[in-house]
Design a protein. Sequence first.
Lengths: 99, 317
Amino acid sequence: MNSRIRGARAAGAVLGTITTVAFGGMAALGIAFFHQESATGSGTSSSPSATATPGTSDDSTGSAGSTGSGSVTGGPTADGGTGVSAGQGGGFQGRSSGS
Amino acid sequence: MTGSGPNTSEWRVWSTTASVAVTDTGSLRVARELVQSVVAEVDAACSRFRPDSELARITGRTSAGVEVSPLLAALVRTALEAAALTAGDVDPAVGHRLIELGYDRDIEELRDARGVPVGLRRLPSPRFSWRDVHLCGTTLAAPDEVVLDLGATAKAFAADRAAGRVASSLGCGVLVSLGGDIATAGAREDGPWQVLVEDVPGDPRQQVSLTPGWAIATSSTQKRRWLRDGRSVHHILDPRSGLPAAEMWRSATVAAPTCVAANTLSTAAIVRGPAAGSWLAQQGAAARLVDSARHVHRFGGWPEAADDTEGALLDVR
């Protein structure tokens, strides 16, 4: 499911635009986790909100707690919108393990 | 293991390993400094183990509401969002219970916590939960007895923030790993980031491609363990029982647009036990769970791989 979460007005500030892919569950729950600072962001808002539009139909509104607005830059790729696909071999740059 | 290449730097923090990889070798030194500054800011705001942190200073005097910094407010709000998303599986109000169980100092200092002998009894019902914590703007209110533990989300928050700060400041692609919580930002012309998913040596491992801008997080019942009255316990609590979550899963790994989202889902998967798979599928997230017998379970389009049990992967950048 493609989700498009657009920044909405919060405390007089217009936040950035967020595009997520295949994360309809969270969008439907009205949760927009975006905490990356962005060069295109709009600064600090103590109570930002975001409007989520999963697919082309139902809208939902949720909160997105963050100082600074940001953009989730994950886009549609060969991974089918999950952000992850089979490794290419030849080494790695990061290691994910519990801590 | 990830710190030897020209584009990567690695160091110890929060009793775990941090690393940063960049697409521009010339940016590495400043990138590391930026990541370390974010980590220091988050630590000063919400560490449970240093008495001078902002969180430590307000603990016990929140009942009437207390003004907190924008950063701490963001951290608390993130934790409350995670709690809401997971119906309380990831609850920041478990700090007091963690202390009761002995996790009252840095894990490296914790070998055999012998404080008050509460043992491992199940709590009849949690006295406080995230629903008792209220945040309005930067005003935080909660019963004075509530001890917040933001550990479940703060590290991922820091990874997201650090990756964003490096990319926006230096204009390069970046991968930030804080104890295995990985956030990426910026473009990478060489294709997706390569990430090795492996919790502890001997567990199934898999190398995956991570789309630039996405994140991946692993939660584990095998790490951050200590002895409590002679029994080995881990740090991911089931808020409903007040006990470490059942160890049906050794680890849970999730990919998501942000590290906070990935970590929230992976932590909740550990807590949910047998219900984790269907719940993750509902969330639309790709996930990889390793069960107690070290069998791999994939959900939501997590890629199949032939190298789940392979070793000898090279660390090449």
